[in-house]
Design a protein around this ligand. Sequence first.
Ligand SMILES: Cc1cc2nc3c(=O)[nH]c(=O)nc-3n(C[C@H](O)[C@H](O)[C@H](O)COP(=O)(O)OP(=O)(O)OC[C@H]3O[C@@H](n4cnc5c(N)ncnc54)[C@H](O)[C@@H]3O)c2cc1C
Length: 231
Amino acid sequence: MKLRDSNIEKLGQGTCYDALIIGGGINGAVSAAALSGKGVKVALIDQRDFAGFTSQQSSNLAWGGIKYLESHDYRLVRELCLGRNHLIENYPSRVKEIRFYSTIERGFRFPPLLLWLGTWVYWLFGNGFTKTPRWLSRQTINAEEPVIDTSRFHGGFEYSDAYLHDNDSRFVFQFVRSAMDRGCIAANYVESLGARREEGYWITRARDVLTGKTLEIRSTVLINASGPFVN
Ligand SMILES: Cc1cc2nc3c(=O)[nH]c(=O)nc-3n(C[C@H](O)[C@H](O)[C@H](O)COP(=O)(O)OP(=O)(O)OC[C@H]3O[C@@H](n4cnc5c(N)ncnc54)[C@H](O)[C@@H]3O)c2cc1C
């Protein structure tokens, strides 16, 4: 609490920050870490716990968006696959490859061969970074996962994506922590009440949610990373 109090005091002292970031979900936290890492003077506030909203309700996956192949969003799938690879490569202890075991129901809207081809396209879009897909015959599924009743299935396939080994909010908080290590002044339970322009600067009025005290934070740039609250 001492650090929070002293950070709130610093925020309200009239210092002009290069950037004030509103919202400490994944987008605000990553922005804070990236900017502080480049020597930018950053302030970060959140009206509740860091990563306390959408970013703690994620699937805990870093996925390449296999389902978007169906809607032909190939560019999106390619970008998501490369993003996923980047996360596996850069955060090896936290983002790990995971296999998905999927069955194909008889009468499914796509023939099994097309689905099988789709898993290879997905693999290729990810530059073959993960393990190769595997076709699963009914016999293989029966042998490997006897709990699955295969009577309704053609067979299945196995493919790779990635997941967060610990959990999403910890992952997000790690970025807040690393931003603070690089000089970012961060405080949670500080709500932005709105901002105005004054002589080329942003003046953001904020409220310490725990005490009700208000303060004004000065910055050159304002980054609204308030997710679903964005207005
Ligand atoms: C680990 C992880 C894995 C993910 N994997 C995928 C994936 O595979 N595919 C995919 O599509 N997406 C993925 N996502 C993204 C996810 O689905 C959401 O899109 C994302 O979490 C939204 O983050 P955000 O920072 O924009 O918003 P939020 O997490 O909602 O953060 C906004 C913050 O702003 C604060 N705030 C709001 N108003 C104010 C105010 N007035 N003053 C101060 N603070 C305020 C809130 O308290 C909140 O903490 C993942 C996210 C995470 C964290």
